[in-house]
Design a protein around this ligand. Structure first.
Ligand code: J5X
Ligand code: AKG
Ligand code: FE2
Length: 342
């Protein structure tokens, strides 16, 4: 039996203090538990050069390749996802996080589970808590939606299903462009085998409420995403930042109509290190409530990921997705270095 993505997270149970978010409605100051002293004052640069790529441009392959090499992140326009679908999904996200805390807690992620309401998965690795609440979906959202809205969960579920379907097909298109840019000879084994049609995905809904004393808080701590690539929709509130060597944290501004794409750890491996996996973080806002939806796209959990054969001698050993996630759950940022060969 094939392992599912949620099963891959089951062997790392968490403590409740690493699952339950703050009740943001009832708190109007920044508690000590959420004060980040050092990391936040790292240089923030408020101008952005993150490329914006028209997916139908004749040179899209080259543009995507350059952006992956230089940034590991870019925005896409002309992506074919209808504006109405994005708006619809966003309104459901607002409705979900707008529920009172006691209702949201009904759908709390279980300690051994991967889906439902809770803080970010990476929280146990940091001594301070984040100004953030999330809701994770892997496949169907039915189980948790029923707990949130016993009478009317259907609209939410179908909006999330549609959204994931659109994201999956867009992610596949972008992956094909990326593999072409790597001139992958063995791309077929990665993308057109029957098994890749059963690619895995997860949808993470994020909420960053207005934050008192926001300069001392962090919305989502610096991290890289684990799977192949992530497609992100952000509402019209900035907060996402990407770390650029020798420069600092650069804001990735919301561009209406655009979706943000970033390289994940598995593409770092597949590209034999040609594409960096990008550290990114979210800084909270004092007066605006920020929402985002991140779709994580990866190969089947039991499949093996390795550097493409045309990219020189492999700098990483091959690894199954399942094994990689388990290494990442234990070692976070050290997961990729642990796979280095020689
Ligand atoms: C399939 C995924 C991808 C996950 C874990 C699991 C479901 C939730 C995703 C996130 C979402 C928030 C940031 C992150 C770093 C986290 O803490 O949870 C992501 C993580 C990853 O990319 O590793
Ligand atoms: O909210 C954002 O802009 C980023 C979210 C993110 O990095 C994630 O969910 O992995
Ligand atoms: Fe992320």
């Amino acid at each position: 039996m094939a392992t599912t993505l949620s099963e891959a997270y089951r062997d790392t149970p968490l403590q409740l203090k690493h699952i339950i978010p703050l009740d943001f409605d009832s708190i109007h100051y920044l508690p000590e538990s959420h004060v980040w002293t050092e990391s936040v004052d790292l240089l923030s640069v408020d101008e952005s050069d993150v490329p914006i790529i028209d997916l139908h441009a004749p040179d899209a392959v080259e543009l995507v390749g350059n952006a992956c090499r230089k940034w590991g992140m870019f925005q896409v326009i002309n992506h074919g996802v209808p504006r109405s679908l994005l708006g619809d999904a966003e309104s459901h996200v607002r409705r979900l996080f707008g529920l009172p805390a006691h209702r949201k807690l009904q759908a709390l992620r279980s300690p051994g589970g991967a889906t439902g309401y809770g803080v970010a998965r990476i929280s146990p690795f940091f001594s301070k808590l984040m100004w953030h609440e999330g809701f994770t979906i892997m496949g169907s959202s039915l189980e948790h939606a029923k707990l949130l809205w016993p009478q009317d969960y259907e609209e939410f579920c179908s909006a999330m299903d549609n959204y994931q379907k659109q994201m999956k097909s867009l992610a596949y298109k972008i992956l094909v462009l990326i593999l072409k840019s790597l001139e992958a000879k063995d791309e077929k084994t990665l993308i057109s085998t029957a098994s890749f049609q059963q690619s895995e995905g997860a949808l993470q809904l994020n909420s960053y409420p207005c934050c008192p004393n926001h300069n001392q808080a962090i919305g989502l701590a610096p991290h890289t995403d684990s799977l192949l690539l992530t497609i992100l929709h952000q509402n019209d509130t900035k907060g996402l930042q990407v770390l650029r060597e020798n420069t600092g944290w650069i804001t990735v501004p919301p561009v209406s109509e655009a979706l943000v794409v970033n390289i994940g750890d598995l593409l770092n491996i597949v590209s034999n290190g040609q594409f960096p996996t990008v550290y990114h973080r979210v800084v909270p806002n004092e007066t605006r409530h920020r929402f985002s939806m991140a779709y994580f796209y990866g190969p089947p959990v039991d499949s093996t990921v390795a550097p493409l054969s045309n990219l020189g001698s492999p700098r990483y050993r091959s690894v199954t997705v399942k094994e990689y996630l388990s290494i990442k759950n234990k070692h976070l940022d050290k997961a990729i270095p642990l796979l280095k060969t020689g």
